[in-house]
Design a protein around this ligand. Structure first.
Ligand code: SF4
Length: 672
């Protein structure tokens, strides 16, 4: 499978793109990753929109988008620009266009970039199921081109840029019928429009492929990057605007964004980013800046990684979890037949086992629905081995049963007590293979699963993994797992997956361990954990995750489950898909989302979409079980999946009706 979207899967490299000028701000080329956001005010409110734009610029926003749903809104962009000039606020503006090509023609006079949505620029969505002959399909594309061409010509004439901004939720009926709502459909949808641009000799194009589903977003961006690279081999490609749409609010919105945006930035994909939160837009900017900075820390790295001999994934354009064997105690086996497990790394073995165990159990009971499926402790001397059984017994006495993993250096010779479910050996300190052999032999004799913890620079990973696998083979030890620690954790996890495949050990489970960095703020620590773990999970790598250093154990467990849900791998709570709101919004999104969350936040596994308007509504809700969508001032439509079932009801009755609907469909449970 061609990987034209990235130079080297085992080292960070920014995708080579041409520079596109949006006013004074360059996107792509050698420019830094640009941060942008969008106003939520009514576009006809000149002062309000200028105030919000000024605020956004003051917190570091480099490009500001404003919706232009009608000709009147588009015309008012002139007044907004004038007001910003009067205030000496210099920032490129982008007009957001859905359904109204004529508004785009007007807006192009006043702003530096036009965002169009290929799904609704020239098409009205009717969810019609139609069979297109090739001739009819070509005719449709020609019709779209005729509608789009005048805008391209105007933007070329005025020196404006265009974002071809595809949304997973609003693909045209034509694309849906031929490709479905797939990453391939999203890519085709964008390519229809780039053909028109290129035929006019217009190249100031930026692309986006947004979805509220992090996996779909990652796959679509990768696929588009590959398709564009294939169209112009060796040439710098068009820059990408990267984001996860309708990510929601609070920590979950931040986690989803860090997973999706971070997974792409780690592949060098992303020249400008927007974090979409259901919060005031100025809250989005520091989150976007933090994600960009975490993902740019290493810059482009030149490393001599020996070809591992196999790809790290069979298909980077679809989510394929590695198929792995089950290892461990039967009720909490780790492997692909089970959900991705959640463990907590407690650090050093407790000096007071009884008290630590009681505190641990009391703390974990804070979230009775979130099972902690393993605890790891670090042992550095034989004496502390004796505490392990006492610790495990005390956990049992306090009313819980949690498998215990013990992290040790390979030269720690010990008789593992029966309570040890897994030994984690840090291979970095093994001076010679005899130590690895001894560790593997001890585990084989005691029938204790062994996790080889491969640490080191990326160039050392393959060799260390090979030595560990050979030691396991000599000891005839099958019950093994692998984890990896490196300054390039996502690339190192890929390298381990690829090398295991090449060595015929593709079914060895991989544990993703992440330790909080001492200098990170609380928010940065969460974003980093979500990015590092989420990027590997999006690659299909990871059978268990283990966080260390995130404060009390319940916090680490809760955060782990949030990350797994953000990566669409394990559902443990209600999933909210809520838009960030914009000038089209027909109600207070932040307040409405909070209200609906308060009523439905206990419905584990139910997906609820809350949208300010219908622009991305029904399509995005194909992924949701229920939808709450503004239909007019003070009016709401309710959906079940993408079917409109309650039309245009007053918003003060909509919450109750939504709950009724959830009951009628058998998805309601009373809160405990
Ligand atoms: S769904 Fe929300 S953010 Fe998107 S256009 Fe409608 S109101 Fe604006």
């Amino acid at each position: 499978m061609a990987l034209h979207y990235l130079t080297n899967p085992f080292a960070p490299h920014r995708r080579r793109t041409r520079e596109v000028h949006v006013g004074d701000v360059g996107i792509g080329g050698s420019n830094p990753i640009r941060i942008q956001s969008m106003t939520t005010t009514d576009t006809r409110d000149t002062q309000g929109t200028a105030d919000q734009t000024e605020l956004l610029v003051s917190v570091g926003c480099e490009i500001v988008r404003i919706t232009a749903p009608s000709l009147t809104d588009a015309e008012n962009l002139a007044a907004i620009r004038e007001e910003l000039d009067r205030r000496k606020v210099r920032v490129p503006l982008v007009a957001d266009i859905h359904f109204t090509p004529n508004a785009a023609m007007v807006a192009a006079q006043y702003v530096e970039k036009i965002r169009i949505n290929p799904g609704n620029f020239a098409d009205k969505k009717k969810f019609a199921v139609l069979e297109y002959t090739d001739a009819a399909y070509a005719e449709e594309i020609e019709r779209v081109a005729e509608k789009f061409r005048p805008l391209v010509q105007r933007c070329k004439e005025l020196g404006r840029a265009i974002r071809i901004g595809t949304n997973h939720g609003s693909l045209s009926d034509r694309i849906m019928n031929r490709f479905g709502d797939t990453p391939a459909g999203m890519v085709e949808s964008a390519l229809e429009f780039v053909d028109v641009c290129e035929s006019e000799g217009f190249h100031d194009i930026v692309f986006s492929m947004k979805s509220s589903n992090t996996q779909v977003a990652v796959q679509a961006y990768r696929l588009l990057a590959t398709r564009l690279a294939e169209r112009s081999p060796g040439e710098p490609s068009y820059p990408f605007h990267v984001g996860v749409t309708e990510a929601g609010d609070g920590e979950d919105g931040r986690i989803k964004s860090a997973i999706g945006i971070g997974a792409l930035l780690v592949d060098g994909i992303g020249d400008t980013i927007r974090v979409s939160l259901t919060e005031p837009p100025e809250e989005e900017v520091p989150v976007a800046s933090a994600i960009a900075s975490i993902c740019s820390e290493n810059g482009d790295v030149t490393v001599e990684v020996v070809d591992p001999g196999a790809p790290f994934t069979a298909d980077p354009y679809a989510h394929n979890r590695r198929v792995t064997r089950s290892v461990g105690p039967t009720d909490t086996d780790i492997g692909s037949n089970h959900p991705v497990r959640v463990e907590v790394d407690l650090g050093a073995v407790p000096s007071d086992p009884k008290q630590t165990a009681e505190t641990l159990v009391r703390n974990l009971k804070k979230y009775p629905d979130l099972e902690c499926e393993g605890v790891a402790v670090h042992v550095s001397d034989p004496n502390s081995v004796r505490s392990l059984q006492a610790f495990s017994d005390a956990i049992g006495d306090a009313g819980m049963s949690i498998p215990l993993a013990v992290c040790v250096a390979p030269d720690l010779v010990a008789q593992w007590p029966a309570c040890v479910a897994r030994v984690v050996i840090r291979t970095a300190t093994a001076r010679d293979d005899a130590l690895l052999d001894a560790a593997a032999k001890r585990c084989a004799e005691s029938r204790t699963p062994l996790e080889w913890n491969i640490c080191g620079d990326i160039e050392e990973i393959s060799d260390r993994l090979d030595r560990a696998l050979e030691a396991s083979a000599r000891a005839e030890l099958d019950e093994i797992l692998v984890s990896v620690e490196s300054s390039l954790p996502v690339h190192a996890a890929r390298l381990v997956a690829a090398r295991l495949e090449a060595r015929g050990a593709s079914d060895v489970p991989i544990v993703l361990r992440h330790r909080r960095l001492a200098d990170d703020s609380d928010e940065t620590a969460v974003l980093r954990a979500a990015h590092v773990l989420g990027a590997s999970l999006c690659d299909g790598i990871g059978d268990a995750i283990a966080l260390e250093g995130f404060g009390e154990p319940a916090r680490a467990v809760d955060l782990s489950y949030r990350i797994l849900q953000g990566a669409r791998l394990r559902t443990s709570r209600t999933e909210f898909i809520s838009c960030p709101s914009c000038g089209r919004t027909l109600f207070d999104l932040v307040e409405t989302t909070e209200r609906i969350k308060a009523r439905t936040g206990h419905l584990v596994g139910v997906k609820i979409a809350i949208m300010g308007c219908i622009v991305n509504g029904p399509g995005e809700m194909a992924d949701a079980d229920f939808g709450y969508v503004g239909s007019g001032p003070g009016r709401v439509n309710l959906y079940v999946s993408k079917d409109l079932v309650v039309r245009n009801i007053p918003d003060d009755t909509a919450d109750d009706r939504l709950v009724e609907l959830i009951r009628e469909r058998g998805r309601w449970v009373d809160p405990t």
